[in-house]
Design a protein around this ligand. Structure first.
Ligand SMILES: C[S@@+](CC[C@H](N)C(=O)[O-])C[C@H]1O[C@@H](n2cnc3c(N)ncnc32)[C@H](O)[C@@H]1O
Length: 247
């Protein structure tokens, strides 16, 4: 990909293989439902082809369209919702866990003044986000005009190198479920609680495992509540865990 040719920030497609498979299998079911004869005899089995293929086609293609809507439109609204859950002063130290191509990172950095700073940590997995690379994120930050207020760190969230109590706000969207081993996810949550300042807040959004994040952060002494904005505005529906570290 030629990053120097981009003139607008590009935040990529989340889990691109999932989107491809929804359209691929949905399209295949649609074609089979249309071209096959209404009844197929496979040995002793009588297959009624229309409902067998057209219902899955409908659901797979609907999910594909909702997913595409999230990627192209919904994720910008969801970013604004996440960032609206904090009352911004402007001088905060921010951490975006699994920042990808900088969606939340750039959005948070735009709310900062000269005293604030935003740090993004990621392992740049292209399976989780198309075109994911530190250079692509750096370019988005430059195009958004916030590069001077941001730092990128290439490391796993399970091994965060930051000192204790060094961030006022930790944000994360669709990252933590990608850490498949439970012990590593717990380590990442432990680091999030550790690097937050007393009085600081973590806002963690994901489509699964949010119950686990909430109970682990509660166990670590944070005050936790869950929020969601409407099941149709994000697909898959995203839940936001808001965890405050006591003063
Ligand atoms: C679906 S993308 C979301 C990116 C960004 N938060 C957004 O909303 O656009 C998930 C991100 O989590 C990152 N990620 C996965 N495992 C990680 C880990 N162990 N540590 C840090 N980042 C990780 C991936 O590289 C990817 O950038």
């Amino acid at each position: 990909m030629n990053h120097s040719a981009a003139v607008k920030p590009d935040y990529g497609i989340d889990a691109p293989a999932v989107l491809r498979n929804l359209f691929l299998f949905g399209g295949l079911c649609l074609v089979l439902g249309i071209v096959l004869p209404p009844v197929l005899h496979l040995g002793p089995v009588k297959l009624i082809t229309r409902p067998t293929f057209l219902w899955p086609a409908f659901f797979l293609l609907l999910e594909g369209c909702l997913y595409l809507l999230y990627v192209k439109v919904g994720k910008f609204h969801h970013r604004d919702f996440i960032l609206s859950l904090h009352n911004w002063r402007g001088d905060e130290q921010i951490l975006d866990v699994g920042c990808g191509r900088g969606l939340l990172l750039a959005g948070a950095a735009k709310r900062l003044n000269a005293g604030g700073h935003a740090t993004g940590i990621d392992i740049w997995s292209a399976e989780d986000l198309s075109g994911n690379a530190e250079a692509a994120t750096q370019q988005n930050l430059e195009l958004e005009g916030v590069a001077a207020r941001c730092t990128l760190v290439s490391q796993s969230a399970a091994e965060m190198p930051f000192p204790d109590a060094s961030f006022d706000v930790v944000v994360s969207n669709l990252c933590l479920h990608n850490i498949y081993e439970k012990s590593a996810r717990m380590a990442a949550l432990g680091h999030i609680a550790r690097v937050l300042r007393p009085g600081g807040v973590a806002v963690l959004s994901d489509y699964k495992k949010t119950g686990e994040y909430a109970s682990e952060l509660r166990r670590l002494g944070l005050q936790v509540e869950k929020k969601r904005k409407g099941m149709l505005t994000t697909f898959p529906p995203l839940v936001v865990v808001v965890a405050q570290k006591p003063l």
